[in-house]
Ligand binder design. Structure first.
Ligand SMILES: NC(=O)c1ccc[n+]([C@@H]2O[C@H](COP(=O)([O-])OP(=O)(O)OC[C@H]3O[C@@H](n4cnc5c(N)ncnc54)[C@H](O)[C@@H]3O)[C@@H](O)[C@H]2O)c1
Length: 255
């Protein structure tokens, strides 16, 4: 899909890895200037370098989105470096694989603070700038775990359910201002998160086999395939889409 994002400015949280990195690359390749958000200076710098190598424009946006001031600072970085914002992608996220009894207060707080607070803090900070510019786009990366339950993922499912409904609620508040807020709900995607936080001794092959068994299409997609859908949501082709939670899961939630 060819989309012209020349003149557009994007902030991508979690841009240093997985889907966020793929989205940074895709938006930049389509012409957008990108703030690559993340906490690890080296990994953020490598995505910035990749964008530059492809002829695109990008700067680093270091910070913890679970901290409201640091999340808001990502918007300031975009305004200072490029003059505004048009697109925000909330891709930062963490997972904890356990049932309720295996989820400590700290586990719960960590997952909720990054996935829910982080998405809220960055989106809230973006709205005044998007409004002033006459509109814009927010894309949240939720999950199939935000649409249906999944065993052994209590905090993660709760957090993604919140992101799914935050998407709808904020979309209603800002649709008439030309701000389109939608979410992508991926199933399993081949990123570092997919194989992270499993019980010790679990191999990547075992994780892939278990996930594949539940996907009707029988395939685990690449992060670039999520970036394709994010690009569509950022484009004018999605101009009437507000508050949608689009599953990208090989048919998993259709079962
Ligand atoms: N991989 C999957 O199978 C899958 C499926 C559905 C949804 N998701 C969601 O997709 C999003 C992207 O995840 P991914 O799979 O690319 O994983 P990933 O681990 O590769 O990327 C997550 C990113 O979030 C960043 N991050 C974590 N905590 C942060 C914080 N406090 N502040 C700033 N950045 C922070 C990490 O540094 C990393 O860049 C997440 O929201 C995740 O929950 C992943």
């Amino acid at each position: 899909m060819q989309v012209d994002l020349n003149g557009k400015i994007a902030v991508v949280s979690g841009g240093s890895s997985g889907m966020g990195a793929a989205i940074c690359e895709r938006l930049a390749a389509s012409g957008a200037a990108v703030v690559v958000g993340g906490r690890d200076e080296g990994r953020v710098a490598s995505v910035v370098d990749l964008v530059h190598a492809g002829g695109g424009r990008a700067v680093a946006g270091l910070g913890d989105v679970a901290n409201s001031a640091e999340a808001a600072a990502l918007i300031d970085i975009a305004v200072e470096a490029f003059g505004g914002i048009h697109i925000v992608v909330n891709a930062a996220g963490v997972i904890h694989r356990a049932d309720a009894l295996g989820t400590s207060d700290d586990d719960w707080a960590r997952v909720m603070s990054v996935n829910v607070d982080g998405t809220f803090f960055l989106s809230r900070a973006a709205v005044p700038v998007l409004r002033e510019q006459g509109g814009g786009v927010i894309v949240n990366i939720s999950s199939t775990c935000g649409l249906v339950g999944s065993a052994g993922l209590v905090a993660y499912c709760a957090s993604k359910g919140a992101v799914t409904n935050l998407t709808r609620a904020m979309a209603l508040d800002h649709a008439s201002e030309g701000i389109r807020i939608n979410a992508i709900c991926p199933g399993s995607v081949d990123t570092p998160m997919l194989v992270s936080e499993h019980p010790e001794g679990t191999t990547a092959d075992e994780v892939f086999a278990r996930n594949l068994a539940s996907i009707p299409e029988g395939r685990i997609p690449e992060p670039s395939e999520v970036a394709d859908l994010a690009l569509f949501l950022c484009s004018d082709a999605a101009r009437h889409l507000h508050g949608a939670n689009l599953s990208l899961d090989g048919g998993y939630t259709a079962q």
